[in-house]
Design a protein around this ligand. Structure first.
Ligand SMILES: [Zn+2]
Length: 249
C-alpha cells in the first residue's frame, strides 16, 4: 500500500485501542456463500489484498473457490524518494512478493495485472471501472478495498468495484486497510453498521502472518535514507496481525 494523504501520514491509532474495542462489537460473522465458485479480489497495490483480507482469501481457497486477483497497479510508487530501488525495480519486486504471499495463504489465483499507475488511479477511474467490470462479470462475488479508506488509490478501486459489481449484479465486500491507522474505535467516518467480522482460525492467522512477511520491500527499510523507510512499520503491521478481519457490505 503506497502512502498518500494527511490521515495516512499522521500518527495512527494504537492496536491496543482496537484490541480493547473489537471484542465488544456485535457484527454478524462473514460466511462465504457455498454457491460461490469464483471470486474476484481487487487490489490497488501489491499487499492490499493480503493485509485487508488475507484470512478471507485463505478460507475461500481452502473451500475450493477460484480466486481471480485483479492487481490494479504494480506498486511502483511506494518509495518515490528511494536511493536504493527504481520504480521499475520496486514493481518487479512487489509482483514477486505477491506471488510468494499468495502461496503462503494457500491461494492459487489467476492474476490479472492491469498495469495502471500507482498513485494515479483517481485520474483513470472511468477506465478502471470498465476494466473491473470485465474482470467481475464472470464472478460470484467481489472483494475490494474500502472506498473510504483515505488512500486515493484504494478509494478509486473501491468505487470502481462497487460500480462494476452493481452493474453485474454481484455482491461487493470491501476491506479496510489504512482505516485501521487513521480511524478510531467507533469512528463516525466508518460504516460500522455494514461491518461483518471474519474470525480467523489459528491456522489462517499464521498463514496471513507468513504472507504479510513476504512483502519485504514494505515491511523493512530499503536503506538508511529517509526515502527508504518501511511503508509498513511495526505499529501499522500490528493492525494486520489480529485473529479477525472486517469486511463492509
Ligand atoms: Zn495500498
Amino acid at each position: 500500500m503506497s502512502t498518500g494523504g494527511d490521515r495516512i501520514a499522521a500518527p495512527g491509532t494504537e492496536e491496543a485501542d482496537w484490541a480493547a474495542w473489537l471484542p465488544g462489537t456485535d457484527w454478524p460473522v462473514w460466511t462465504p456463500d457455498p454457491a460461490w465458485s469464483r471470486v474476484a479480489v481487487c487490489a490497488a497495490h501489491p499487499d492490499d489484498e493480503v493485509l485487508g483480507a488475507g484470512g478471507a482469501l485463505a478460507r475461500l481457497a481452502a473451500a475450493g473457490v477460484q480466486l481471480d486477483l485483479v492487481a490494479v497497479t504494480d506498486g511502483e510508487g511506494s518509495h518515490p524518494g528511494s536511493t536504493v530501488l527504481t520504480p521499475a525495480e520496486l514493481a518487479y519486486a512487489r509482483v514477486a512478493e505477491t506471488e510468494h504471499a499468495l502461496a503462503a495463504l494457500g491461494v492459487s489465483a489467476r492474476v490479472v495485472r492491469l498495469g495502471l499507475p500507482d498513485s494515479g488511479l483517481a485520474a483513470r477511474e472511468a477506465e478502471l471501472t470498465r476494466r473491473l467490470a470485465d474482470a467481475v462479470a464472470r464472478c460470484d462475488a467481489v472483494l475490494a478495498p474500502w472506498s473510504g479508506d483515505a488512500h486515493p488509490d484504494h478509494e478509486a478501486v473501491g468505487r470502481a468495484a462497487l460500480t462494476a459489481g452493481r452493474t453485474a449484479g454481484v455482491p461487493v465486500w470491501q476491506y479496510p486497510v489504512w482505516a485501521w491507522h487513521w480511524a478510531t474505535p467507533g469512528d463516525p467516518r466508518v460504516p460500522w453498521h455494514t461491518a461483518h467480522r471474519v474470525p480467523l482460525s489459528p491456522r489462517e492467522q499464521a498463514a496471513k502472518r507468513a504472507a504479510v512477511a513476504c512483502f519485504l520491500t514494505q515491511v523493512r527499510a530499503l536503506g538508511p535514507g529517509a526515502g527508504d523507510r518501511a511503508v509498513l512499520p511495526p505499529d501499522v503491521l500490528a493492525h494486520f496481525d489480529r485473529d479477525s478481519e472486517v469486511l463492509f457490505r
